[in-house]
Design a protein around this ligand. Structure first.
Ligand code: NAD
Length: 260
């Protein structure tokens, strides 16, 4: 389905981004991986996807907290492949604290990586996508892009902002062959959530298993995690012809979190 297309997935050395990169490669796209981690591990991931799906996979370690680096990632990809078809803005970080104790440096880091990186990436990618008369921009927001929770001031603000940015870009690209949508996952068991489970277990002096059950029971009516593969499937769908008229919207993959 995506043979000949080129996709950038930011933050794809782990978790949801890795699941999305795998699914896009499975559908035939060449993929640019991005994110931090051990160089040897990243090379294993890169060559593994390339071999398994018979596509071209490269790695670019651009730091998504720096607007210039985000724009350079887009330009380098277009320079290398001569095109850019799919941009998945997925890189993200979390930090939790009550608003009055929230460290300003953490606020800025979360806004930079979870929101501003998408702005810079989209701004640099849209002219190329419009020229091609085809493009897919998918912003990985969150249930926290639609509703709030305590102690997540920066994250909730950034993810609501990302859903807003998605609407604007959806409008500005409407009719051009380019679409822009947000995907809003509920809990997905990745390193980002593992840390929150550890924090609950330590704070309440309960086991990991009990902390996991509490985390799910509080928010996610299905009582099951969504998986990186399922998120990859949602992004793949948004890249299919069936989704040509889906733009400027947010799709929840949250086990019912935002239905109540
Ligand atoms: P993760 O920690 O497993 O992965 C985050 C990825 O982003 C990693 O590849 C990491 O190296 C990369 N990254 C972090 N800072 C970066 C930077 N400055 N530059 C480049 N790459 C950077 O987390 P995840 O759970 O897979 O999260 C992925 C996205 O999904 C995030 O935007 C997150 O907010 C969102 N999300 C996650 C959940 C969940 O339950 N896990 C729920 C809703 C939304």
């Amino acid at each position: 389905m995506l043979k000949g297309k080129v996709a950038i997935v930011t933050g794809s050395t782990s978790g949801i981004g890795l699941g999305i990169a795998e699914e896009l490669a499975k559908a035939g796209a060449d993929v640019v991986l991005n994110g931090f981690g051990d160089a040897g591990e990243i090379e294993k991931i890169r060559s593994g996807i390339e071999r398994k799906h018979d596509v071209h996979v490269i790695y670019d370690g651009a730091d998504m907290s720096k607007g210039g680096a985000v724009r350079a990632l887009i330009d380098a990809t277009i320079g290398k492949f001569g095109r850019l078809d799919i941009l998945v803005n997925n890189a993200g970080i979390q930090f939790t604290a009550p608003v009055e104790e929230f460290p300003p440096a953490k606020w800025h880091a979360i806004l930079d990586i979870n929101l501003s990186a998408a702005f810079h990436g989209i701004a640099a990618a849209v002219p190329q996508m419009k020229k091609q008369r085809w493009g897919r921009i998918v912003n990985i927001a969150s249930a926290h892009g639609l509703v709030a929770s305590t102690h997540k001031a920066a994250y909730v603000a950034a993810k609501h902002g990302l859903v807003g940015l998605t609407k604007v870009v959806g409008l500005e690209t409407a009719g051009s062959g380019v679409t822009c949508n947000a995907v809003c996952p509920g809990w997905v068991r990745t390193p980002l959530v593992e840390k929150q489970i550890n924090d609950i277990a330590a704070e309440k002096r309960i086991s990991q298993k009990e902390a996991t059950n509490q985390l799910l029971a509080e928010k996610q009516p299905s009582l099951e995690f969504a998986s990186p593969e399922q998120l990859g499937g949602t992004v793949s769908f948004l890249c299919s012809a069936a989704a040509d008229q889906i733009t400027g919207t947010a799709i929840s993959v949250d086990g019912g979190w935002t239905a109540r």
